[in-house]
Ligand binder design. Structure first.
Ligand code: PXP
Length: 238
């Protein structure tokens, strides 16, 4: 089964646009779970422009499914994650001011850095995943740094999918196969949506988890959050 983890950063963006507490990020997280989501993802950034560090702390006791915290492993991020102890931490290499994650790790160049940090999270009992592109040598590098999982960065798939789904998915299937052969579990995320998700799932049935934010929250404007989560879950059926 592939789990759906809903990234609720956009909910915090909406709240922060006005000040106050509408929409209520904590309530949305709990409601997403009640509507069927099997995980909640947050991506706190140093400027706290969407999810705040305080949100992450408030969410921890409320999330009863899988809690996944993404981010660049700065000192403050490491401190937050090792205090909050989510089920999973997903490490991304983007600089603090990035609008959104736009590349995966170079697991060869950052080998020692990643090894140290991954070891630290694992000592706290937190499963690690690292965001990564489809280059086979970087996936083999991910296995060498000791991470439990990799999250395939799916934006290139999403861009090419409308024109040529088979070509778009090919490097991802190859990367997923390299990951599986190296003993890595597999997540995927970025720009997955109701059009492209099913095809990814059918081609990589062993995907453990997808984390989806932008498109899902945008779809919820039309279909409502409960319907939308059910629609995404349907795309992920075995
Ligand atoms: N995975 C990672 C590592 C991300 O940084 C993001 C965006 O915050 C996502 C998944 C979700 O991407 P999207 O919002 O396009 O669904």
């Amino acid at each position: 089964m592939t789990k759906l983890s809903v990234n609720i950063n956009k909910i915090a963006t909406l709240r922060n646009a006005r000040g106050g507490n509408i929409p209520d990020v904590q309530k949305v997280a709990v409601d997403c779970e009640q509507f069927g989501a099997q995980g909640i993802t947050v991506h706190p950034r140093p400027d706290e422009r969407h999810i705040r560090y305080s949100d992450v702390e408030l969410l921890r006791p409320l999330v009863t499914t899988e809690f996944n915290i993404e981010g660049y492993p700065s000192d403050s991020f490491i401190k937050l994650v090792t205090t909050v102890k989510p089920h999973q931490v997903t490490l991304v290499p983007d600089p603090p001011d990035a609008i959104t994650s736009s590349e995966g790790w170079d697991t060869i160049k950052n080998r020692d850095f990643l090894m140290d940090i991954i070891g630290e999270f694992q000592r706290h009992g937190i499963r690690t995943s690292i965001f990564i592109g489809t280059e086979p040598e970087l996936i083999e590098g991910a296995a060498k740094v000791g991470t439990n999982r990799v999250e395939l960065y799916t934006e290139p798939y999403a861009i090419q999918y409308p024109d040529d789904p088979a070509t778009a998915v090919k490097p991802f299937v190859e990367a997923a196969t390299v990951a599986r052969d190296a003993g890595l579990e597999l997540n995927a995320g970025h720009d997955l949506n109701l059009d492209n998700l099913r095809y990814m799932k059918l081609n990589i049935p062993w995907l453990k988890e997808v984390s989806i934010g932008h498109a899902l929250i945008a779809d919820a404007l039309y279909y409502g959050l409960q319907n939308t989560i059910q629609m995404y879950l349907r795309q992920l059926r075995d």
